[in-house]
Design a protein around this ligand. Structure first.
Ligand SMILES: [Zn+2]
Length: 238
């Protein structure tokens, strides 16, 4: 278990004492060599664990590692998913398994930015169900390039996590000319999108009334997020 996964599950209260000692063993195997980790890893040999003792040594390890332990599972979840996305880009994740587990994460953590993965599932589902397949949010996606597109989305997720973006991202419209952010909901894509005239430029962008020059881009769309990242604007700066 990676440290990001460990901290996420710890914040959710889903770890057993044995998970702590296993984590410490992983630290040693990764080259971290300090007495607290050695002691915690050594407890893995005990038949029964004292959780107070385990927690105390975990706190000492965390201090050694400079881990900022906060009670908010969302922060750990974001770091956990960011780590998975980095592993996807490095070719270390089974992409079909990852896609199959996405809906589980959505149920667990309703974190706005994670919606970009849920939107991928929506588009894959649309492709598989309709006679005339087309994407809603994922321009460039086909059933033939699922893995390639998943990697592109993973790269985008990591970049978004490192960029300055509004809290309710991607449920926002952003003007790439002036940085104006409109938090009007962007969940307006109609259910009967197939063959609907509602999908397209009107759902993806609209004129910016603030600067009068640019377009407000709906950040639910993959290509709009690419444009947002390429432009490197500071959203909400006006
Ligand atoms: Zn504008």
């Amino acid at each position: 278990m990676s440290s990001s996964a460990f901290l996420y599950k710890r914040a959710q209260g889903r770890l057993a004492s044995r998970d702590y000692t296993t984590w410490a063993v992983g630290l040693l195997e990764s080259g971290y060599d300090f007495p607290e980790a050695t002691f915690l890893a050594g407890l893995s040999l005990d038949a029964e664990l004292d959780h107070v003792e385990v927690e105390n040594y975990f706190q000492l390890c965390a201090a050694r590692l400079g881990l900022n332990l906060v009670p908010d599972p969302e922060i750990y979840f974001e770091n956990y998913i960011k780590r998975i996305c980095s592993d996807i880009v490095a070719g270390e994740v089974a992409l079909d398994v990852w896609r199959e587990t996405l809906s589980q994460y959505w149920i667990e953590e309703e974190i706005y930015i994670f919606c970009i993965w849920f939107d991928l599932l929506v588009d894959i589902d649309k492709f598989r169900q309709v006679i005339m397949p087309r994407h809603v949010f994922s321009e460039g996606l086909t059933l033939e390039n699922l893995d390639e597109f998943t990697i592109s989305l993973a790269k985008q997720f990591v970049a978004l996590m490192e960029a300055d973006h509004p809290n309710c991202f991607p449920f926002v419209w952003i003007c790439l000319e002036c940085g104006f952010v409109d938090e009007q909901t962007s969940t307006t894509v109609p259910e009967d999108w197939c063959g609907s005239q509602c999908i397209g430029p009107s759902g993806e962008r609209r004129a910016c009334g603030h600067c009068g020059k640019g377009w407000l881009l709906n950040m639910r769309y993959f290509k709009n997020r690419e444009a947002f990242l390429a432009r490197k604007i500071i959203p909400g700066s006006i």
